[in-house]
Design a binder for this molecule. Structure first.
Ligand code: ZN
Ligand code: ZN
Length: 340
């Protein structure tokens, strides 16, 4: 078996169970690195791509984009990295390095040919994975590799808007939906110093969420409870993929407040212009984050001892892990340990 042979778990068609799959990745390109996978988180976007929910999947699909591993091959153009170094790879595997967003350090917004790690590219449910060197993010030594993977997608997705909206300790932030993304948002905002309100449809989680750092826990489907929060939030981070009463949530914003969309409800949002104009409010959204923000997140998480709460499965039990994610019982992120 050549050095360029990769063993993986793949879906051969939409919604199929994953099965062992081996392929030849060819010679490493000069700008790429190859990483031996140690751990890989399981994100809802993996399920969306495995099932072709977004119509862009390329089969066989090797999913997995919350990857932690060590560098085994370095292309000749790769900079600042070493063989054997531990790195993380998230949603993006490649960006063009010459479009305006790339040149201005916003590679996550690349318009010149961005490659997602699991779309037309083989991801981390494998023994090895490849990416452009800029997207291999060095892992700080004191960050636990077993639980760090989810920071590379779910974590950066909630961290980037904290940076972008210049959130400070004096701000009150609401987090809507407390699963993989939402629980990381609470932990990060706690370390950031903010007042935090968690909105969840499952109040059984209340004690856990308070232990994580939430100051208040509110039923996300209780109109009366939401109505009492009028004018409170500087930022609302929505991680849910279901439609909520967005007008009611807009009313909970403080003047100049923002609802920031991270989850993907399928229906268009119903909001009136009037609900934005009065308090100069905004609705924004963002994908994951660029390499500099990823580095900042990992350093911040290491310094503040922030680790996603995970359930560990061997990668060989990947189908059972996916079933566990579907059950809605996972607390809060599933991570697979490579056992090829
Ligand atoms: Zn993801
Ligand atoms: Zn670009």
């Amino acid at each position: 078996m050549s050095n360029n042979t990769i063993q993986a778990y793949a879906a051969m068609s939409a919604g199929a169970l994953l099965e062992p799959y081996q392929f030849d990745a060819g010679e490493l390109q000069p700008h790429q690195v190859e990483v031996k996978v140690e751990y890989c988180g399981l994100c809802h976007s993996d399920i969306s791509v495995l099932n072709n929910d977004w119509g862009s999947s390329v089969y066989p699909v090797v999913a997995g984009h919350e990857i932690i591993g060590t560098i085994t091959q370095l292309g000749s153009e790769a900079k600042g990295l070493q063989i054997g170094q531990r790195v993380g790879i998230g949603w993006t595997a490649e960006s063009c390095q010459h479009c305006d967003p790339c040149i201005s350090g916003q590679q996550v917004l690349c318009t010149g040919g961005q490659v997602a790690t699991i779309v037309g590219h083989a991801g981390g449910f494998a023994d090895k994975v490849r990416a452009g060197w800029q997207w291999a993010i060095p892992l700080p030594e004191d960050l636990d590799p077993e639980s760090a993977g989810p920071l590379l997608c779910g974590g950066i997705t909630v961290f980037d808007p904290i940076l972008k909206h210049q959130i400070q300790a004096i701000h009150h932030v609401g987090v809507i939906g407390i699963g993989g993304l939402g629980h990381m948002a609470i932990k990060l905002l706690k370390a950031w110093g903010c007042e935090i309100t968690a909105f969840t449809s499952n109040l059984d989680k209340t004690d856990e969420l308070k232990a994580m750092g939430a100051d208040h826990v509110v039923n996300s489907r209780d109109p009366a409870a939401i109505k009492t929060l009028r004018g409170k939030f500087d930022l609302l981070l929505s991680t849910v993929n279901v439609t909520l009463d967005w007008q009611a949530y807009l009313a909970t914003l403080a003047p100049n407040g923002t609802v920031h969309m991270l989850g993907l409800p399928l229906e268009p949002m119903q909001i009136s212009a009037g609900s934005l104009i009065g308090g100069a409010k905004s609705v924004t959204g963002s994908p994951t984050g660029s390499p500099a923000a990823l580095r900042q997140l990992l350093k911040f998480a290491a310094r503040k001892n922030i680790a996603p709460q995970i359930e560990l499965f061997p990668m060989s039990e990947i189908n059972a892990a996916i079933e566990r994610l579907h059950s809605g019982q996972a607390r809060y992120r599933i991570v697979l340990k490579a056992d090829f």
